[in-house]
Design a protein around this ligand. Structure first.
Ligand SMILES: C[S@@+](CC[C@H](N)C(=O)[O-])C[C@H]1O[C@@H](n2cnc3c(N)ncnc32)[C@H](O)[C@@H]1O
Length: 232
């Protein structure tokens, strides 16, 4: 069974790419396409989508990335630029599509894979919403691929992903866990200037772990106990 996976295109600029993405999705058996503030898919998009025009017609159009991923347990950002050039503050180890497939194999849940703008990729704020970063290994000489080519390679690999019976934590519960951690940092008077980066680091650690429902509940239980202890 295929994982419940949606492809999110963030502010795609060119109709041709949007059409080609729809085609690649249909080629690999995916249908859930979300477009954040897209260019209007018209004649060119239709031509490039070929027999996947229906998929494009049924795409969900939203006005914010947050809205596109609010129900996703795991949010995976994609980029051709890694290392310090990518973002010196985030320093996230990127995963190849094969590594992502291996990590998610046997699990069940909502996964969103994000693809960035053709000209600028993602902003730092957008990247901070991601649990994992995925990079297709390419030539170092020219690592940045065309948007729709990148989608096709990623989906080729993820179409081999087999869903299992381990439920990924619900997006809402993961959000509560992070709110809980933020409260705890306040309770222990964690240095104000370090809070944001620390919260992001914890989000990344948990993101890489692909937390299961039971694990989130256990972590929240422990945090509650610590909080009670501190507040007494
Ligand atoms: C043309 S690229 C964007 C290039 C942009 N100049 C940048 O700085 O990221 C459009 C999108 O394709 C995807 N992409 C391109 N190359 C990739 C690669 N090697 N691995 C994973 N995704 C890639 C990413 O989602 C990227 O945001």
């Amino acid at each position: 069974m295929l994982m419940d996976l949606k492809v999110v295109l963030v502010e795609p600029l060119y109709q041709g790419n949007v059409g080609s993405v729809a085609r690649a999705m249909k080629n690999f058996g995916f249908s859930d396409l979300v477009l954040v503030n897209p260019c209007k898919p018209e004649v060119e998009a239709r031509a490039m989508s070929s027999h996947a025009w229906d998929l494009l017609q049924n795409a969900t159009v939203v006005s914010s990335l947050e809205g596109a991923i609010e129900d996703s347990s795991i949010v995976i950002g994609t980029t051709g630029i890694t290392g310090l050039k990518f973002d010196e503050h985030l320093r996230i180890p990127p995963f190849s599509p094969r590594e992502v497939r291996e990590r998610l194999s046997g699990m069940d849940g909502n996964v969103a894979v994000l693809f960035g703008r053709e000209d600028q990729g993602f902003s730092r704020e957008e990247l901070s919403l991601c649990d994992m970063i995925m990079t297709i290994p390419t030539s170092e000489v020219y690592p940045v691929m065309n948007l729709s080519h990148a989608v096709a390679v990623v989906l080729y690999e993820l179409s081999e992903l087999t869903t299992g019976d381990l439920p990924l934590a619900d997006a809402f519960d993961v959000r509560l866990l992070h709110e809980h951690i933020a409260e705890l940092l306040d309770d222990i008077d964690y240095p104000e200037h370090k809070k944001e980066k620390t919260r992001l680091m914890i989000k990344r650690i948990f993101g890489r772990a692909c937390l299961l429902e039971r694990e989130v509940q256990t972590l929240r239980g422990i945090l509650r106990k610590i909080q009670q202890h501190i507040r007494e």
